[in-house]
Design a protein around this ligand. Structure first.
Ligand SMILES: O=C(O)/C=C/c1cccc(O)c1O
Ligand SMILES: [Fe+2]
Length: 312
């Protein structure tokens, strides 16, 4: 089998609250290059490790890991609505393999996915259906989270499964790096917000629009003294990227969840998708990785990065 990896940030504010035109063009060029590389690789399967932001998964039953055999995009922010072309049989086989590797994983035969999964698919492939895909959700937004060492074990099990396939596989991780958008916490939440976080599927168009307006408003002041959210932390982001590029994945086992939230923002935990993706690649042997791009972009509430890797 052949495998390539790309991990990149997502942000629903791209196109809704943009930085200066020079930065927009710079990112457009980075994404165009990544898309061209995906096109040249011509994957037969995409495995996308993604977070959910209370669009598909809620506290009525909040799993740490989910593999989907079927998935529909809710179309939040500016993402496309509709079904993904999920490789259902392979997703089920993967689930069996992971369970037999002594790692618990939930299975969904009808998962709703949001921008955390679909933005990256659209940016790197042009659509939700261009290639067969297996969506894998890693809880990165709804505390409590399992330890980082667990994410690594999960990613390794997925990687060992991919090694059994005779296919060109593109592994994606989407989210991060440092950032903290105004996603509510259930701890001490008023009833209305708690009810949304527990069972808020399929919100009304008005509720969706209000959520989007709140995020845009937060983007307008993010990184200033008016913003109550933890700011971006470029130093933390670059050290994390370096850890991945140097292949020091075992050091991630010791990551302290509370400390990361404090110094880099609560949604920084979307890097769990990167950890799983790199662990899947590392399960196939030594790799070489390259930082394609990094820039902290307040308007997008994103320590925005792209890293690519392949077997050495
Ligand atoms: O879930 C939302 O409504 C917003 C999510 C968000 C905002 C800004 C940057 C991101 O990476 C997000 O996922
Ligand atoms: Fe996100």
């Amino acid at each position: 089998m052949q495998i390539q990896l790309k991990c990149l940030s997502h942000t629903p504010l791209r196109g809704l609250n943009d930085p200066g035109a020079d930065i927009v063009q710079e990112v457009d060029a980075v994404l165009a290059q990544a898309r061209a590389e995906v096109e040249a690789f011509d994957p037969e399967l995409i495995v996308v490790f993604a977070p959910d932001h209370y669009n598909g998964l809620f506290y009525d039953l909040m799993p740490q890991f989910v593999i989907a055999t079927a998935a529909d995009s809710v179309g939040d922010y500016q993402t496309q609505v509709g079904p993904l072309s999920v490789a259902s049989d392979l997703a089920l086989e993967m689930t069996r393999f992971v369970l037999n590797s002594d790692v618990d994983v939930a299975l969904s035969h009808r998962l709703q996915v949001d921008h955390g999964c679909t933005q990256t698919l659209e940016e790197l492939t042009g659509s939700l259906t261009r290639y067969p895909v297996i969506p894998i959700i890693i809880n990165s937004v709804a505390p409590p989270f399992g330890p980082y060492r667990r994410v690594r074990k999960f990613g390794e099990a997925v990687g060992r499964f991919l090694a059994t396939l005779n296919k060109r596989v593109l592994v994606l991780g989407t989210g991060g790096l440092s950032h903290e958008p105004p996603v509510p916490l259930i701890a001490n939440a008023p009833d209305e917000i708690a009810n949304f976080l527990i069972a808020g599927r399929n919100p009304t168009p008005e509720a969706r629009a209000a959520r989007q307006a709140r995020t845009i408003a937060a983007g307008k002041i993010y990184g200033t003294s008016d913003s109550p959210q933890t700011p971006l932390n470029a130093e933390w982001d670059l050290a994390f990227i370096d850890t991945l590029v140097q292949g020091q994945l075992d050091s991630i086992d010791d990551f302290n969840i509370e400390e990361i939230s404090r110094v880099a923002g609560r949604s920084t935990h979307e890097i769990r998708t990167w950890v799983a993706a790199f662990s899947a690649l590392a399960a196939l042997g030594p790799y070489e990785a390259h930082k394609d791009y990094y820039r902290p972009i307040n308007e997008w509430i994103a320590g925005y990065g792209l890293v690519s890797a392949q077997p050495r």
